[in-house]
Design a protein. Sequence first.
Length: 143
Amino acid sequence: MKIINEVHRQRDPSYTRQATTEMKSFHHSLQSQYLSQKKQELDNMMKNITLQGEKLARSRNFKDLAKFKRLIKSFLGETVSGGLRIKKEQSFNRNGSSHLTLIKQVDEKLIELTEQVMSQEKKTVDILGLIGEIKGLLINLYT
């Protein structure tokens, strides 16, 4: 026969740990600083995308197209991994389907842009319009 000594800790009902207003205030200020920094990073990325899009519209070469796509991919990666938390906190859509739809639309527009760059007959205005649509979709992701 085996005897097991079990020690159960009893919680003192009079002791409750409460978050002080100072802790809540600190957490709130830390979170707002993080969100501010994340938004600034996304704004800088969007500025780089804009500049590269203008360069792509002027040059229409594959090197600039590849760089534009890399910038878009980097932006999407940043918003999906960390930046989209900002939108999820403010969004009513819990399953994230609107985010997935926006990313699919960005992919479709990038394919269309690639086709337009490949066909040299397209006007610069058409390419600029498509680049503007892509930027609009990206802005919808993080605003």
